[in-house]
Design a protein around this ligand. Structure first.
Ligand code: EPU
Length: 336
């Protein structure tokens, strides 16, 4: 058995059958020999609810290769590299574009899977291609941005779990830089005459540090739920009853701030056992020390039921939860 407490940032003491590290393409081709396996990056978006009856597969391919061209930078990065360190490196090289995504925990290889995003930017805006091994056939592919089929916290890799093992991510960052200050919390930088990529990064770090718990000090897996999308009609009904509701207009409706919904129900600080709603950001659940998988499931269900009852919206987990057999697709039917 392989202990997992140090392999996921929520730090529940669970284990897997074994750990398999991929260092070469040949290693990747052998992954499909396992009956049951789960690909893991730094484990900052995954919670092990139960002991996992299978192998944990980690991509251990590192390296950053940067080619400067007239129009911008082409950067090929190994899946194992740490996301925040990579962003910091780009800023030190005066490569501007990724600054809004600073301090997001996790690995570079995991970034395209859930199309990480923050403060008005999604990583898919800067991904040119993703190199991955198709595990069923053992073939190496370079998927174009279009083929990755990115959307809000979603991609082909997320929709086909276990189908692809990402080895490298290829970024293109154009030299023509425009600061992205569209997110309300960054708007105050607009008034500054000399906004720089570094000043945006500093601001994002300050906001994140004030609201989001540091997983090294208070175990958590970032946003626990996605912000739900509702129709225009549903939004209009809600805003009639809840004039303070925070929502963002999308092409096909409104994205509701799930943190606001949870806070509005008085659930900040609510706990099931040692799993609690964070008191500064209601979208984040934290492990106060000895949370069990059962505590996480109980709090998840409690929040889902209360939100559905009050607002008619079913919150969908954003984190990946793992049970005995693999990913838990339906929390309501998982025992425990
Ligand atoms: N809000 C509340 N109460 C709360 C939390 C939020 O009223 O407890 C309100 C805020 O005041 C704000 C709005 O909801 O007006 C949005 O909150 P915030 O800016 O904190 O962002 P979020 O929608 O809760 C999303 C991402 C975060 C990302 C931030 C910033 C998702 C699921 N989460 O959170 O990503 O850092 O925006 O862009 O989309 C993550 O994915 O793990 C993550 C942390």
């Amino acid at each position: 058995m392989w202990p997992l407490a140090n392999y996921h940032s929520f730090k529940i003491s669970r284990s897997a059958s074994e750990l398999y590290e991929v260092r070469t393409i040949d290693d990747a081709r052998k992954v499909s020999d396992f009956d049951n396996f789960l690909i893991l990056g730094d484990g900052t978006n995954t919670i092990f609810i139960d002991d996992y009856d299978g192998a944990i597969v980690k991509s251990c391919i590192s390296g950053v290769d940067c080619q400067a061209q007239d129009e911008g930078w082409y950067i090929r990065v190994g899946a194992q590299e740490n996301w925040h360190r990579f962003v910091t490196w780009t800023l030190n090289e005066n490569i501007r574009g990724l600054e809004n995504l600073v301090l997001i925990p996790g690995s570079v290889g995991a970034a395209p899977v859930q199309n990480i995003g923050a403060y008005g930017v999604e990583v898919s805006q800067y991904i040119k291609t993703v190199e991955a091994v198709h595990l069923a056939t053992g073939q190496q592919h370079t998927l174009t941005n279009h083929q990755c089929d990115f959307s809000y916290r979603d991609s082909i890799f997320k929709r086909q779990p276990g189908a692809w093992l990402i080895t490298h991510v290829n970024f293109f960052i154009p030299k023509s830089w425009q600061p992205n200050l569209s997110y309300p919390a960054l708007a105050e930088l607009n008034t500054e005459t000399s906004v720089t990529a570094q000043s945006i990064a500093d601001k994002v770090i300050a906001i994140r540090s004030s609201k989001l718990p540091d997983p090294a000090r208070l175990p958590n897996a970032g946003s626990f739920f996605k912000n739900p999308l509702v129709s225009v009609e549903h939004y209009q009904q809600l805003i009639g009853s809840f004039p303070d509701l925070i929502a963002f207009k999308q092409n096909t409706g409104y994205k509701l701030a799930a943190g606001w919904l949870i806070e509005h129900l008085g659930l900040k600080g609510a706990c099931c056992g040692d799993c609690c709603v964070h008191d500064k950001q209601a979208l984040v659940l934290v492990n106060q020390g000895h949370a069990t998988g059962g505590d996480v499931l109980a709090l998840c269900r409690l929040i889902q039921q209360r939100v559905e009852h009050a607002f008619g919206v079913m919150l969908e987990p954003e984190v990946r939860m793992v049970g005995h057999g693999g990913l838990i697709h339906d929390v309501s039917h998982y025992p425990g």
